[in-house]
Design a protein around this ligand. Structure first.
Ligand code: NAD
Length: 482
């Protein structure tokens, strides 16, 4: 293993009302390096008392923060983007160490993080509304978009800083205050973010509480003074949160799982398909909600694609995230490793053919070999359920109707791609695919200006874009009689 020139990870504290502090109980949780399994930090394990303190601080800060102008918030969010940009080396090292992301491929998500903050900061200066006017005689009506109050932002472990950004950025830009709870597995980049934010925002505007989902997260969602919960996570977690939030009808924004189909027609550029899949399906060890993990290929390209994809995947270098030649790191935890192994084993037992990978890598750390499974049945678990690991399945369709039916035949609806040189077919498919993002002849790129979110059980609400800003504000009609 290459020893990273790593930064100080000793600040494992909550950040509440402008101060770093341990959990009131004094309890801590261990944070692991998934590439070795060793403990790298101890962080606060918060309970309802810490959550309450953070929500009180955020509630008090809301009274003044919601009175700031869009320009003032723009200036502070831009300063945060600059601070992150100035701290990129350290943040990348923290994320590589805590998530096991290879440094060789980490740049794009940090570039996106900085750009997201800049986008939200500026976009909140241009909120939309219909024209003011006299829709009733002697009455002028106009619209306002007002902030909601305290936002609970609950983030997952796969892109810890970037997913937090998608929630914090639009919330703060529109005049809300925030309590962020990162994943208990990956809290370290959020602590660094709080250190940077401490220099910029007034106390209580941005707060961080660390801890487990079932305790810290659940207490935050249940808190009566939280106005909205925005969570990125598992479908089961989203359902629990929506249920709890219904107690006082908090607004809920859910970015949940995915099972993205990749529909490859016989007229597709197979070289482009193979190179995209070899990178995007295994990037972040496949722990990406939009990962192209479910390939559905036409009869004319199926054999060629299976052969070339298998060769490309077998050539991926797996190992130490700090090795510049490594493309695939570990999965996040021992639990995730055995979950992936179990799903692949059951897929093979159910009749799928393993063409490469299919095993846990011996030694320390939570590694799983990049895997390709060919010819699973449409109703097989490996086709229907999210693996969230470095595993791709490949099915052969007979015609366009079957390709579309198979693609839509899952509970998820986050992202899909269509590969063809026929423009009419691309248009037909993108209309009929029930997914929040459809790429044509590509898979994975995202931009701050465009929305990201799901159909079906992938959740509701959009991250990024001006549509995210709409969720963090309430439309108000003001009517004045004259
Ligand atoms: P997870 O559901 O286990 O945890 C997500 C967050 O929710 C964590 O902070 C966790 O502590 C918290 N949490 C768990 N139980 C809770 C509860 N009862 N109340 C409140 N908070 C609770 O998800 P994960 O394993 O961290 O992330 C992986 C999942 O996230 C995958 O399903 C993936 O598809 C999804 N994801 C979706 C998107 C998207 O944009 N749609 C993006 C990234 C990841």
């Amino acid at each position: 293993m290459i020893t990273p020139n790593i930064v100080d990870l000793s600040n494992g504290m909550n950040f509440i009302n402008g101060e770093f502090k341990p959990a009131r109980s004094g309890l801590t949780d261990q944070v692991l390096d998934p590439a070795t399994g060793s403990v790298i930090a101890q962080v606060a394990s918060s309970d309802a008392a810490d959550v309450d303190e953070a929500v009180i601080a955020a509630t008090e800060a809301f009274t003044t923060w919601s009175e700031t102008t869009p320009r003032e918030r723009f200036e502070m969010l831009s300063a945060l983007a600059d601070a992150i940009e100035g701290d990129l080396d350290r943040l990348k090292q923290i994320e590589a160490l805590n998530v096991g992301k290879p440094l060789s491929i980490i740049d794009f998500e940090f570039d996106l993080t900085v750009d997201n903050f800049r986008f939200f900061a500026a976009a909140a200066r241009f909120l939309d509304g219909r024209a003011a006017g006299e829709y009733m005689a002697d009455h002028t009506s106009f619209l306002r978009r007002d902030p909601l109050g305290v936002i609970a932002s609950i983030a997952p472990w796969n892109y810890p800083l970037n997913m937090a950004t998608w929630k914090i950025g639009p919330a703060l830009a529109t005049g809300n205050t925030v309590v962020l709870k990162p994943s208990e597995l990956t809290p370290l980049s959020a602590i660094r973010l709080a250190e940077l934010a401490a220099e910029i925002f007034p106390p209580g505007v941005f707060n961080l509480v660390l801890g487990q989902g079932e305790t810290t997260g659940a207490a935050l969602v249940a808190h009566p003074d939280v106005a909205m919960v925005s969570v990125t996570g598992d479908v089961g977690t989203g359902k629990l949160i929506a249920k709890s939030a219904s107690e006082n009808l908090k607004r809920v924004h859910l970015e949940l799982g995915g099972k993205a189909p990749v529909i490859v027609f016989d007229d597709a550029d197979i070289e482009a398909v193979v190179s995209t899949l070899a990178e995007a399906s295994y990037y972040n060890s496949g722990q990406d909600c939009t990962a192209p993990c479910r390939v559905i290929a036409g009869p004319g390209v199926f054999e060629d694609l299976a052969e070339r994809l298998t060769a490309a995947v077998a050539a991926l270098k797996v190992g130490d995230p700090f090795d510049p030649d490594v493309a695939v790191g570990p999965v996040i935890s021992a639990e995730q490793q055995s979950r992936v192994a179990g799903m692949v084993d059951r897929a093979v037992a159910a009749g799928a053919e393993l063409t490469t990978g299919g095993s846990v890598r011996a030694g320390s750390g939570f590694f799983y070999e990049p895997t390709v499974l060919v010819n699973p049945a449409q109703d097989a678990e490996i086709v229907q359920r999210e693996v969230f690991g470095p595993v791709v399945s490949l099915q052969r369709f007979s015609d366009e109707a079957q390709a579309l039916a198979w693609a839509n035949d899952v509970d998820f609806g986050l992202a899909a791609s269509v590969w063809t040189s026929d423009v009419g077919r691309a248009m037909r498919m993108s209309k009929r695919l029930q997914f929040g993002t459809v790429w044509v002849n590509d898979h994975i790129p995202i931009v701050s200006e465009m929305p990201h979110g799901g159909f079906k059980q992938s959740g509701y609400g959009k991250d990024m874009s001006v549509y995210a800003l709409e969720h963090y504000t309430e439309l108000k009609h003001v009517m004045i009689k004259f």
